[in-house]
Design a protein around this ligand. Sequence first.
Ligand code: GCW
Length: 723
Amino acid sequence: MNFSFSQLKMFFVFALLSIAFSNSQTSAGYDLWLGNSEIREPTILLEYQNFTNSIFFSGGNSILLNAQKELVKGLKAILGRESDVQDFPNLLNTMWVAKKDGLNQELQSALKGNFEQIGKEGFIIKSVSVDGKNILLISANEDIGILYGVFKFLQLMKMQKSLDEINLIEAPKIDLRMLNHWDNLDRTIERGYAGFSLWNWQKLPEYKDPRYEDYARANASIGINATALTNVNANALVLTSAYLEKVAALADVFRPYGIKVYLTARFSAPMEIGGLNTADPLDKDVIEWWNNKVTEVYKYIPDFGGFLVKANSEGQPGPQNYGRTHVDGANMLATALKPFDGLVIWRAFVYSETDATDRAKQAFTEFVPYDGNFLDNVLVQVKNGPIDFQPREPFHPMFGAMPNTPLVMEFQITQEYLGFSSHLVFLPKLYEEVLYAETYKKGKNATVAKVIDGSLYNNKISGMAGVANIGTDLNWTGHPFAQANWYGYGRLAWNPYLSSETIAEEWLRLTYTNDSAFVEPIKAMMTVSREAVVNYMTPLGLHHLMDTGHHYGPGPWVSDLSRPEWNPTYYHKADKDGIGFDRTPSGSNATSQYAPEIAKIFNAPETCPEEYLLWFHHLPWDYKLKNGVILWDAIALKYQEGVEQVEEMISIWDQAKKYITYDQYNEVRMLMEIQLKEAKWWRNACLLYFQTFSGREFPPGMELPAENLEYYKSLKFPYAPGN
Ligand code: GCW
């Protein structure tokens, strides 16, 4: 074939452009934690090369094909050469990847104990001896275990773990490991800060965006096995056949990655799309409508997971509209789903505008008496704290209080109250704090993690949900470090006993580089980032000071909203005598919802952990903290500390510049400028406002606000995202 000069020139330009584009895609973080594949350690590289020359890979259904594809692609990227993959075992093979029933009898019985431990989704990665020869084995009881095992193996390789150290018998500790997308059918995302919804409803079912598979793959690589596609503030239309066809197309893409699809069910759907004049859960037409609807859903999606429901919460319809209870509503749906093994996940995020009691108490008061009344395919989903995804909350008192009901932990991965996608906040630190919390139900060592994984009360099913931070942004999550929150959520859903530092280290190594000179300081930076945001937004137990509606920036002065508990003033209760919410027996007595051992600690300001002080106590401005500093000064200095922590994070990041590409460095650096600016804004606005009550000077050591209170109050953000 002959090319003219101008054709060649065009070809050259095009080639350059595509290289530039693919580089920018990589550095833009599209690959997530599945990218970095360097092994710098030559001995380790050699070890892996020796064990992956020839691989026996058994089985060919869609999940296993994905596993094989991952393994081959991963090995090639890491080792720089193709491995020979065969579908029959022999002793020339250095590695075997096969389910239990693909192994010879001898191995099956030798590993019997291991297979019993790993259940349906776990895996074994270990070196075994077959006829005197050492073989590296990845095995599992089911297909999905093989896929998880392969991902794990590649991750271990990428993190340069020596093969000698690898002897893994792993199974997830939680059954349902779920993402909740608050995605609307028009592709906006409630509390979404990373672009629009991935689900292109308009083009589905025919057009399946390749990104759907990348999404499924990323989730499978960390063990996420369920996704609720739609907003809990639900739209009934998603249950019509036109949409179910689209949902089925997504389910088809996710299935080979072991991911089941769930939908949010709008309680009034029988009226909105079914033509009925009631949605009363005890009405026979309503019951029949849901039975038929569920049967239809399973025709489209045979392995449909079930319904996630927000009912009688923040204006959403529910059984109480008909004088019925949460139990009536949940059990009606559960009965319809039962023949198909479907689940109902019923949210406990409820508080009423007509109930004057402390909002923090309402979910507990409403739900705990129902313990034991839900059918066995109902799970109750509880937010980590009793208010609403604040930078810090004590654990929700419902954890441990409903022994006969499986409670799903709901964490928020998207940063609604934590700086959107502009602030670097490593959330596994927050998750870990909640999971490690001691409930004192059934004596000591009864942590929230044990409630969630079902071990405390021997629940038959367990679950964790994370409100997704994913959107159409090229890097999925807006902030590159917000990927770590998706990753970390998945890891904790798999094993709620992992430490946040382990997670940070894994993520850094998989995402950026194995170089400890980079990993160590950046890990420390991530670890401090959560405390920083607490300090510059809501220190010492303050909460819900965010501006109205969009929750962007400070609005502690807001007091004119129709519902009292939507106003920040409801939460901080600052007056000339002091600040904080008295939740002890002399106040709302919310502490009584905790075990007596915990309540006792929270009830006395002297024993209450300082990080929860103003959550539980209203204290005078000159109240002396343990270090002798008076409350007013302590609040001011905490805000100041938060700002300084961000400055410190920036200087650590600057040091790390030489280990990564300029684009990787600079993207985060620019975002950190926003974070610093906003941290100062938070400090200045809150302190100037609280000063109007305390009437005291700012303590030495605090940088003085650049503007006056009127200025901060005048700021308006009608287009802040995610609202
Ligand atoms: O945190 C609040 C959010 C709402 C959200 C609600 C909920 C989906 O501000 O946007 O609605 O919680 O969890 O239901």
